[in-house]
Design a binder for this molecule. Structure first.
Ligand code: NAD
Length: 364
């Protein structure tokens, strides 16, 4: 008997609905190829929820997300809501859902396909063969610590507290060792232990856990040095684990090694198999509604969902192989096309990926 999984889809704003629609099409094709059924439930997050429900994270969205097996998110935000107060900003919904769903581990792969080296702004010899994974702690640290704004004799003052509990560090570091084990067994833990107390605790916890993973080679690196080395010689990295803000910055830096943000997926995992999957890019208001957005990052996010939440490794592999084949055959959306006149649109890109995925299944 086939297994049934529930997926909550949060299309969001801008190009979010366009790209999630294509990822859902891919998942529906997987249903036809595997002994599995997906139930899709839709809900609002971000700007569209502010407009319809008066809050970026409606209760209905949380209820649906909590009772599902996984969440597929497009992107949120846009100029319409840029000047809203904090509680009515789309990103507040994003931070809120991560926290509410306990999504503490953000996995961001960055890989360079040989056929794409021309798209990177770095030299071919630097980026060819890059294949790394940044694991960012997502629910602690500076973004969630106490924020203060007040005045003293010298004028206005603002502060953000950087706080980490030992258990928060331990669970993300364990995840990172597990992921490193599945990759090339090399883990870089990034901190600022020469200056920050929270980083000294981070390093202490990493050191305590490391002996449990003797097969994984561990090294510590300061965040400023890591930022430099990512540009100088990125191939030295495989799996990188770090706290929330450092990870926010380093994962964007790593994604730019590969040249296009429209290509990169992400997974945010909670304990167990539950996860939220979303492209790295934002809502791209400049191209929303034009049918030109690259759906690849969202489709690859669906592949990560199949792997990490549903354990459907073969389907995940087939999608990833299909993406590589389509790109190798020269098919490109506008964001990655050298010849813009030959670029395909959102739907055609997905059509090509689906066709290649089906062929993979026939061959297997
Ligand atoms: P962005 O990622 O939306 O866009 C940056 C550039 O990349 C734009 O030129 C855009 O057209 C292009 N781009 C992005 N995704 C693409 C795709 N799939 N296909 C083709 N081109 C693509 O970042 P931004 O412009 O800094 O932010 C726009 C809005 O998105 C803001 O409101 C921001 O807050 C929000 N945002 C949301 C998320 C999220 O939902 N996780 C992440 C980042 C930014």
């Amino acid at each position: 008997m086939s297994q049934t999984f529930t997926i909550t889809v949060l299309p969001g704003d801008g190009i979010g609905p366009e790209v999630t629609e294509q990822a859902v099409r891919v998942l529906k094709e997987v249903e036809a190829l595997e002994d599995v059924a997906f139930q899709f439930e839709y809900a609002r997050l971000g700007g569209c929820a502010i407009d319809e429900d008066g809050t970026p994270l409606p209760e209905d969205t949380l209820v649906k997300a909590r009772r599902s097996d996984a969440v597929l998110l497009g992107a949120v935000g846009g100029p319409k809501w840029d000047n809203n107060p904090a509680h009515l900003r789309p990103e507040t919904g994003l931070l809120g859902i991560r926290k509410e769903l306990g999504l503490y581990a953000n996995l961001r792969p960055a890989f360079m396909l040989d056929c794409m080296v021309g798209v990177s702004s770095l030299k071919e010899e630097v980026v060819k063969g890059v294949d790394l994974m940044v694991i960012r702690e997502l629910t602690g640290g500076l973004y969630f610590g106490e924020k203060k704004r007040y005045e003293d004799a010298q004028g206005e003052v603002a502060s953000d507290e950087m706080i980490y509990h030992e258990y928060e560090i331990e669970r993300i570091v364990r995840r990172a060792f597990e992921v490193a084990r599945l990759r090339s067994k090399q883990l870089t833990s990034v901190d600022k232990a020469n200056v920050l107390e929270s980083s000294r605790l981070w390093r202490k916890v990493v050191e305590r856990i490391a002996p449990e993973y003797p097969d994984v080679e561990l090294r510590h690196q300061l965040v400023d040095s890591c930022a430099m080395e990512l540009i100088r010689y990125p191939k030295q990295f495989d799996t990188v684990v770090t706290e929330n803000m450092f990870g926010d910055i380093l994962s964007d830096e790593a994604s730019m090694l590969t040249g296009s943000i429209g290509m990169l997926p992400s997974a945010s995992l909670a304990d167990g198999n539950f996860g939220l999957y979303e492209p790295v890019h934002g809502s791209a208001p400049d191209i929303a509604g034009k049918g030109v957005a690259n759906p690849t990052a969202t489709i690859l996010s669906a592949a990560m969902m199949l792997r990490y939440t549903f354990g459907l490794e073969k389907a995940a592999d087939a999608i990833e192989t299909a993406v590589h084949q389509v790109l190798n055959s020269g098919v490109r959306t506008g964001d990655i096309a050298e010849n813009k006149a030959e670029a395909v649109g959102t739907v055609e890109m997905a059509d090509r990926i689906i066709a290649a995925m089906k062929e993979e299944y026939v061959k297997a």
